[in-house]
Design a protein around this ligand. Structure first.
Ligand code: TYD
Length: 208
């Protein structure tokens, strides 16, 4: 494979993405791929500082300011980590990416979804993930999994998270080829095998 692949994991807080990213990484490495993990917000270096502002600042934050901070972090992630590694033939997995801005700032904070989409395109210079997993979870279970210690985003309330969930499902309907919705309330093993099957499907498509 000359060019590598860009895979993103999405879903509400507490959906189990992190566990599944680790399992997919192990599977891909076993298959002989070079894998690079990154995340938004908070890729290496500058991204860590933006992450700290976004999650730990305890004063008022305007939704537009919040959106631009996530977008700034995304531009850094794409330019410094994602593009370079994909160009070197590696598989880059990002824990959250553009669909988080659409779901959280667009649907969750009720900003203009089309504008966020346009700003996402500017932040990524049009680069799109080859495959995206959306882990779908009901708000009750997600709240239970997060527990009492919540960061700024996690403290946004049940109605906000209901909008985020429905937002993800609408985004997925618009791009069924790229975005695969997986029920996150299932065993770790079952979810992992669904993830692997969908990866293999993509691999087969690319080899044709
Ligand atoms: P994080 O601790 O990484 O949460 P998780 O483990 O659930 O991914 O925090 C990231 C938070 O930022 C999470 O609540 C989702 C939110 N977020 C947005 O609101 N917009 C975005 O564009 C991104 C990338 C994240």
């Amino acid at each position: 494979m000359k060019r590598g692949l860009f895979i993103t994991f999405e879903g509400a807080d507490g959906c189990g993405k992190t566990t599944q990213i680790k399992l997919l990484q192990e599977y891909l490495q076993y298959r002989g791929y070079e894998v690079v993990l990154t995340r938004e917000p908070g890729c290496a270096g500058l991204g860590q500082k933006i992450r700290d502002l976004l999650l730990n600042y305890d004063g008022e934050v305007s939704p537009v300011c919040e959106s631009f901070l996530f977008l700034a972090d995304r531009a850094q992630n794409v330019d410094v980590i994602v593009k370079r590694n994909v160009d070197l033939g590696r598989i880059v997995i990002s824990d959250r990416h553009t669909d988080s801005s659409l779901a959280y700032q667009g649907y969750g904070r009720e900003l203009d979804v089309e504008k966020i989409d346009m700003l996402n395109n500017i932040a990524t210079s049009g680069l799109k993930p080859d495959l995206t997993f959306v882990f779908d979870i009901d708000v009750e279970t997600s709240m239970e999994r997060i527990g009492k210690e919540k960061d700024r985003m996690e403290s946004s309330g049940k109605e906000f998270f209901e909008r985020v969930r429905q937002g993800y499902l609408k985004i997925a309907q618009k791009e069924p080829n790229r975005i695969k919705v997986i029920n996150a309330v299932d065993s770790v093993e079952n979810i992992h095998s669904k993830v692997v099957n969908l990866f293999v499907e993509l691999e087969e498509k690319l080899l044709k």
